[in-house]
Design a protein around this ligand. Structure first.
Ligand code: ADP
Ligand code: ADP
Ligand code: MG
Length: 668
């Protein structure tokens, strides 16, 4: 076994590989780009080396640098993760030449499967069923369109070198073929530098079912059952599960044997996935083979108890497969949800920005979270916007689904848009719950899965108001403490100071709406006039900063995150944004300026004028931000000392993040 390995990747998969390496006592070398200097995978590894600037082609795709670092640091092997160089035959060869083991299949196997067309020829020879279609080299329009006619419309044009759903066009009728072909070829050429395409029958309600295979260097191969990855958006997986609902033991064996035979046919070594497309009646056809560890590998690990990364390391070190086919069995059911920084309402547009708040469900035997980010990290435009993978396991699908919904409800992210609520909607939908799966599920149920933004509920409003009230109270206490007068009326907590008849009205912008909530002070709490019905509430804050709310006897825990002018109310599957505009609170803020300073806009820090512990006067310039060629100076709102400085010159900041903190002078 290796003593030290280099992980040529970032994010969750780098962290995932490091976890197993640690478990096996293998030392780990991480690599990072300038954008990832503070990333979780860098912190987890035993050592880490800078690759270069943020752009992938100047960092994570620099095969030469990676090999140089591996050699220099004494790493005996390179794990490529997925994406980046994981399916690059040239890189696998360069590793071998440098005497570093590539934790993946031989270059020849990567090459054989790199072209979907060539892969289909190999599969046909191995008697694996193919989707009816044309995958020849001749790319004449006449030949391709004749082939389309013979296959019968609708057909799918696919880039042979394709991946990630790119270079695919569905054609419903012959007259549209010519234009679709030209556009698929254009996209293929620009994405993959190769415009070869294949044409195949477009299945109308297919399921994506894939088989995990594993082969060792002694010629043995096994399959670790199937995963159903039918729930997709833009031909990209969103939810994956194992085993596939409705799969019969006979068909599983048939598909597994076909996949293992395919692996043997190309002299495969290591972890690989044979993707099939299946008709509703269960007939399956080979689609492509991914010659790497798959994003969704954890669901297989959860039902088999196998650590696939451990197997990868063992096999790459020349060991035999740890288990034979008849020693592998399925236990229970696992589902994975990919948590993305993206906006489902805007056609899943990736979202970038800083994660100002991150709270994960508790991990255990039933819940696993694979992530590469921590609170405060930035999701940048340079890489995949995946925040985490949430994986649940239980005895059967219904129980696993309950776990998934529960865990999604506890998953809290603020600071940028995520698909968490969308995932909750999909997993709660009858089609998913009833395992009525096919790749069109999301599109077909669009109306129910993308509901119009609902107005803030009474619960959301009550939590927001309670949090605001408690914030006002804290400010008042601070002011009282600072005044040094034990008889100061600010010590009084009955609210007399806010209004003579002991009530106070809060105004919020809720999307395009405006809402007013009046709070009446009551002993130990408040009575809120909410749009629905009046509600007696009280609350306290725990050590983690969570709000423990008592809403007329119903207790709930929520997080209220303030970013810029906005409040995000999180908890119990809620994620709702409100913008308070509150003349009294604003006036009070001026009375008792808070010591923390948030970025008023996203931008770059171009100057920092202070150091930690420096004394500053009120109004002193502290930091200069630049955005869209405009400079903005951050000045001290009060006299005091710099108690925290969170960014350096050159750093990118997103709107609302805390830039620095001032501890006010006593006399303030
Ligand atoms: P799979 O077939 O395994 O589901 P996907 O196409 O969904 O494959 O995901 C693989 C993609 O993940 C890569 O093509 C790349 O865009 C992206 N990727 C690569 N490295 C990382 C990483 N460290 N974290 C998140 N995403 C990554
Ligand atoms: P990629 O390399 O982008 O992963 P795949 O060939 O694996 O390309 O196809 C990606 C997705 O496109 C599949 O999971 C499926 O949803 C859809 N798809 C592929 N082939 C077909 C087909 N013949 N009929 C219908 N849908 C298909
Ligand atoms: Mg695929």
């Amino acid at each position: 076994m290796f003593n030290k390995i280099l992980i040529a990747n970032r994010g969750e998969i780098a962290c995932r590989v490091i976890r197993t390496a640690k478990h096996l006592g293998i030392r780990t070398v991480a690599v990072y780009s300038e954008a990832d200097a503070g990333a979780r995978h860098v912190a987890l590894a035993d050592e880490a080396h800078l690759l270069g600037p943020a752009a992938a082609r100047e960092s994570y795709l620099r095969g030469d640098r990676l090999i140089e670092i591996a050699v220099k640091s004494g790493a005996e092997a390179i794990h490529p993760g997925y994406g980046f160089l994981s399916e690059n035959a040239g890189f696998a060869e360069a590793c071998a030449q440098a005497g570093v083991a590539f934790i993946g299949p031989p270059a020849a196997a990567i090459r054989a499967m790199g072209s979907k067309s060539a892969a289909k020829e190999i599969m046909a020879a191995a008697k694996v069923p193919l989707v009816p279609g044309y995958h020849g080299r001749d790319q004449d329009l006449a030949i391709l369109s004749r082939a389309a006619g013979e296959i019968g419309y609708p057909v799918l044009i696919k880039a042979s070198a394709g991946g990630g759903g790119k270079g695919m066009r569905i054609v419903h009728k012959a007259p549209d073929f010519k234009d679709a072909l030209a556009s698929a070829k254009r996209e293929a050429a620009s994405s993959f530098g190769d415009d070869q395409v294949l044409v195949e029958k477009y299945l109308t309600r297919p399921r994506h079912i894939e088989i995990q295979v594993f082969a060792d260097s002694r010629g043995d191969a096994v399959y670790l059952f199937e995963r159903d990855c039918s729930v997709q958006r833009r031909h990209q997986k969103v939810l994956e599960e194992a085993p596939a609902p409705g799969m019969t033991p006979e068909r599983r064996k048939q598909m597994g044997a076909a996949a293992a035979a395919a692996a043997k046919a190309i002299g495969y070594v290591g972890a690989g996935t044979v993707e099939f497309i299946a008709d509703q009646d269960g007939t399956f056809y080979f689609m492509e083979m991914n010659t790497r560890l798959q994003v969704e590998h954890p669901v297989t690990e959860m039902i088999t108890g196998v650590d696939l990364v451990e197997w990868q390391l063992r096999v790459a070190a020349g060991e035999p497969l740890p288990l034979a086919q008849d020693e592998l069995a399925i236990n229970g059911h696992a589902i994975e949800a990919r948590i993305y920084a993206e906006d489902p309402a805007k056609d899943f547009l990736p979202a970038i920005g800083r994660i100002t708040h991150l709270r994960l469900p508790a991990e255990g035997a039933h819940v696993r979270i694979d992530t590469g980010v921590r609170q405060g990290d930035e999701i940048s435009m340079y890489y995949d916007p995946m925040i985490a993978k949430l994986i649940v396991w239980d005895r059967d699908r219904a129980a696993a689904l309950r776990r998934l919904r529960g865990a999604l409800g506890e998953f809290q992210v603020a600071g940028l848009a995520t698909n968490i609520q969308f995932l909750s909607a999909v997993t709660a939908h009858r089609a998913f719950a009833g395992a009525d799966l096919d790749t069109g599920l999301i599109e077909r149920h669009r109306a129910e899965l993308f509901p119009e933004a609902a107005p803030a509920s009474d619960t959301v409003l009550a939590i927001a108001v309670l949090s605001e009230l408690m914030c006002i109270d804290r400010n008042a206490e601070r002011a009282a403490a600072a005044s040094g007068d034990p008889h100061s009326p600010w010590h009084s907590r009955d609210g007399w100071r806010l209004n003579e008849d002991n009530h106070h009205t809060f105004l919020f912008k809720d999307g395009a709406r405006e809402v007013a909530v009046t709070a009446h002070y009551r002993k130990g709490g408040y009575l809120l006039d909410l749009p629905g019905a009046p509600l007696e509430v009280r609350g306290e804050t725990d050590e983690s900063g969570d709000l423990l709310a008592d809403l007329a006897g119903t207790r709930l825990r929520a997080s209220v995150v303030r970013s810029g002018d906005e409040l995000t109310i999180l908890g119990h599957g809620l994620c709702h944004k409100l913008t308070p505009y509150n003349p009294v609170a604003l006036a009070m803020d001026q009375d008792a300026p808070s010591g923390s300073l948030a970025a008023p806009m996203p931008g770059t820090v171009i100057e920092v004028m202070v150091k930690e512990k420096d004394a500053v006067e009120k109004g002193a310039p502290l930091m200069i931000l630049e955005a869209m060629k405009m400079e903005h100076t951050i000045v001290a709102p009060l006299a005091g000392r710099i108690a925290g400085l969170y960014f350096r010159k050159g750093d990118q900041v997103s709107e609302g993040v805390e830039l620095l903190k001032i501890e006010g002078d006593e006399k303030q």
